[in-house]
Structure formats: C-alpha cells, structure tokens
Design a protein around this ligand. Structure first.
Ligand code: PMT
Length: 407
C-alpha cells in the first residue's frame, strides 16, 4: 500500500449530490496517512455538513472567505499554498466554469486561483451539462492549464438520465491522487541545466530599446520541466512578466551581451538550452541622453551585430555535454533549422514556425520540429508545457548513455 504520509491535500467540495462520496474519499486519504483540509462551497453545505467532514478529517473545515477567525488561523492563500495537491470533488459545471475563467468570488474559487500547486478535478454533473459546448470549452481550458481530470464515469445519474457525468468513485480518485503525489523519477538529479528565455532588450537611448515579442513562456516551461526532473536549473531571462518558477535559480538580464556573460559564468553545465529570442543587432552607439526630435530628418541608427550566444557556448572549451538551440522561422522551417544546426555547432535545434498567425510568440501552444544530425522529427501541436516535458525527457535520455559509461 503506497503511503501518503507527509502529504497534504486540500479538498474543495462543490455543490452536487456526489458530494456525499467525499466522506469515503477523505477516509481513504486518512488511511494512507495524508493530511486533508477541506473547503466547502455554499452549495456543498446543502449536501454535506462541516461537522461530519471535520469528524472524519480531524481538521477544521473552511467555508467562508470572510471569516475573520479562519483568516487568523489559516489565511485563504496559505490554505492552498500549504497543500501538495488540490482536489476538486465534485467539480460541478459552475465550479469548472469559474476556474476556467479565473473567477474568485468565494473561498473555494479564491483558493483555486491562488494556488501554484497541481490540481485534480473530479467532474460530476448531468450528462447534458457535461456535453454542453460551454462545459466542453471550459474543460479544454482547464486541461490546457495543466489540470488533471479523474472521470467522469458513465452511468445512471441521480436525475435518472444515463451517460457520462457521474463522479469517479472515491477509490478511483484516490488512485489519481496517488499517481500525482508519488515521487517522480529524477533522472537529472545532480545535473546542471542552463536555459535562456524571453527577449533581450537593446537600448537606443535611456527611454527606447530594440526588442521582440518573446513572452518567455516556452523557456520558463522548459525551466519548470528541468526542475521536475531534478536538475539544478539556471534560468537566464530577459525582461518578461512571468512568475519565477519554483526551484529555479533566476539570473535576470537585459541585453544580449549580458546574457552571454551570465551564460559563460554558468559554465560548465551538463545541458544548455537557448530558447531566448536574442536581438541579432544593437545600435552601434547608445545615446546617453534621450534623442530629441529636431524637426529635420529622423535620426539614423547604425546597428552592429550582437554576439551569438548559442554559437559561442557551443564552441567553448567548457562546452556543455548537450547544447540545444531554438530556431524561430517564418518559412522553410526545417531547412533553415538544419542550416542553423550546422552553423551554430549545437546538438539539436528545436524549430518552430513564428510566421504571422502562428501565435507562437506569446501563445500557450507550439508545434515544433526536432532537428538533429539524425534527421527531423515532427512533434504534434502541444502546450508549451508538454513540449518542455517531452524535450527534457529526451535530453535526459541523451545524457544517460554517457552517465552509464562513466559509472
Ligand atoms: O517566449 P515565447 O513567447 O514563449 O516564444 C517562444 C519562442 C518563439 C521565442 C521560442 O520558441 C524560440 O523560437 N526561440 C528562439 C528565438 C530566436 O531567436 O530564434 P533564432 O532563429 O533567431 O535564433 C536561433 C538560436 O540562436 C536560438 O536558440 C537563439 O536563442 C540563439 N541566438 C540567436 C541570436 C543571438 N545573437 N544569440 C543566440 O544565442
């Protein structure tokens, strides 16, 4: 029997008839040694009572966002932060819609929005509600956001209809919880991974700069995936507005020159991945004062080439064992990427089409082609997180033969 001792689950109970099954779920979790804190929505209180759940869980049950006593004991932000996993069961159509649109108007939805922990949802609703395009859309959104679903199952419902919409059984939800909480294999433990992300910003004068549309999402997703596989993860990031992924060592930079210096300072490393959209050029002479409009011809700004960070690191004496470049192309994607692989001296190029309408810059999804001396592998359209996980798993496998030989 897999133990959940030391793990903490925050169970959010929505207002549906299936709420009665959560007593059994809490009991099963307690048998495995997990600590279970519970939030009830207002509607859930019509189906189950705080008292019965407090008796089974041995913990206080939380119901109100505006309870001063609760906030003093355990603030609503802390409630979701203190958990290893959030479980929403039953996840009603209403709760799912709130989560998909980021609403936070009660304790349950606020805790769900405030978390950076994994979330498992066990949907339960009438079959027509489950099949309604709005619910289908909302569930897709949640899946894209990385939430995991347990169920729903097919079967007869409390309303007398038959079809998908029955909440998964407590033992099925428990199995999904165990799967999410069990320690993950960490093939990159003891390895150092350096990742560049975001744009660089090349100053023209104190108020203007040259930059591009990179949001940093792809690079940050790779950093998260590297941390998950146990790597010491250095994230060298240009200016973006993303939260720092937990577990990474953040090295903020502005210009290509700074990015190069920080990357060189981080060598040696086992793997380096260059996801950043580095400005190829900077102005030859940055003005120290704001360039004024004179009413004459606009100023000309001679450009000079920036250092190529990927090519430099690929040829360093302290070169990482695996160097990965990205290629952002708007045409002949595979062909240009293969050319970059040769020119820059890296081991792998992850090529993506950033042409108009592709939504790769700033978007949440990506379609990539893995270009190596062995050929080209086309990956399907995936979320940037999925691309990152698949890429990091591939790189961990590539490191392994050398590791085995060294042992
Ligand atoms: O940040 P997002 O919004 O999530 O978007 C992701 C992305 C489109 C930025 C990312 O997937 C991507 O394609 N990154 C590489 C962008 C780029 O600059 O491509 P490139 O083809 O111009 O450069 C090729 C490679 O050389 C890249 O690894 C780049 O980091 C590197 N390079 C480029 C110029 C330079 N002076 N130094 C470099 O190291």
């Amino acid at each position: 029997m897999i133990s959940l001792a030391g793990k903490s689950v925050l169970l959010v109970i929505g207002g549906g008839i299936a709420a009665y099954k959560t007593h059994e779920l809490v009991r099963l979790l307690k048998t495995r040694g997990a600590a279970v804190r519970i939030i009830l929505t207002k509607a859930a209180e019509q189906f189950v009572t705080p008292l019965s759940l407090a008796s089974i869980s041995g913990e206080k049950v939380y119901t109100s966002l505006f309870s001063l006593t609760d906030e003093v004991e355990m603030g609503h932000i802390q409630l979701s932060r203190a958990a290893d996993l959030l479980v929403v069961a039953p996840a009603t159509a209403d709760l799912i819609a709130k989560m998909a649109s980021g609403l936070a108007d009660d304790l349950a939805s606020t805790a769900l929005l405030a978390t950076d922990k994994p979330v498992l949802i066990a949907p339960a609703m009438n079959v027509r509600m489950w099949r309604h395009p709005a619910t289908v859309r909302n569930v897709e959104t949640l899946k894209r956001d990385g939430l995991v679903l347990a169920g729903p199952n097919d079967g007869e419902m409390a309303c007398g209809e038959f079809g998908p919409g029955r909440m998964a059984e407590p033992n099925e939800i428990l199995a999904a919880i165990i799967e999410m909480l069990k320690p993950k294999a960490q093939p990159l433990a003891g390895k150092k991974v350096v990742i560049t992300a975001g744009p660089t910003r090349e100053p023209i004068d104190p108020v203007r700069f040259i930059s591009n549309h990179s949001s940093g999402k792809q690079g940050y997703a790779i950093a998260r995936a590297a941390v998950e596989l146990g790597a010491e993860t250095i994230l060298v990031s240009g200016p973006v507005s993303l939260p720092i992924p937990p577990g990474v060592q953040m090295m903020p930079v502005e210009t290509a020159q700074e990015m190069l210096e920080v990357c060189q300072g981080e060598m040696p490393a086992d793997i380096a991945i260059f996801t950043a959209a580095v400005a190829d050029w900077r102005v030859a002479a940055e003005a120290h004062e704001k360039i004024k409009k004179t009413g004459n011809a606009p100023p000309s700004l001679p450009l000079t080439e920036n250092p190529d960070i990927l090519a430099t690191i690929s040829r360093e004496p302290k070169r990482p064992r695996i160097v990965v470049g990205f290629a952002a192309e708007t045409e002949r994607v595979r062909e240009y990427a293969a050319e970059k692989l040769r020119k820059k001296g890296c081991d792998l190029i992850v090529a993506n089409d950033v042409g108009r309408g592709s939504d790769v810059f700033g978007g949440d999804r990506n379609t990539v082609h893995i270009v190596s001396p062995a050929g080209v592998e086309d990956w399907p359209n995936m979320s940037k997180d999925e691309v990152a996980q698949k890429l990091m798993e591939r790189l961990a496998q590539m490191l392994m033969p050398e590791q085995k030989a060294a042992e």
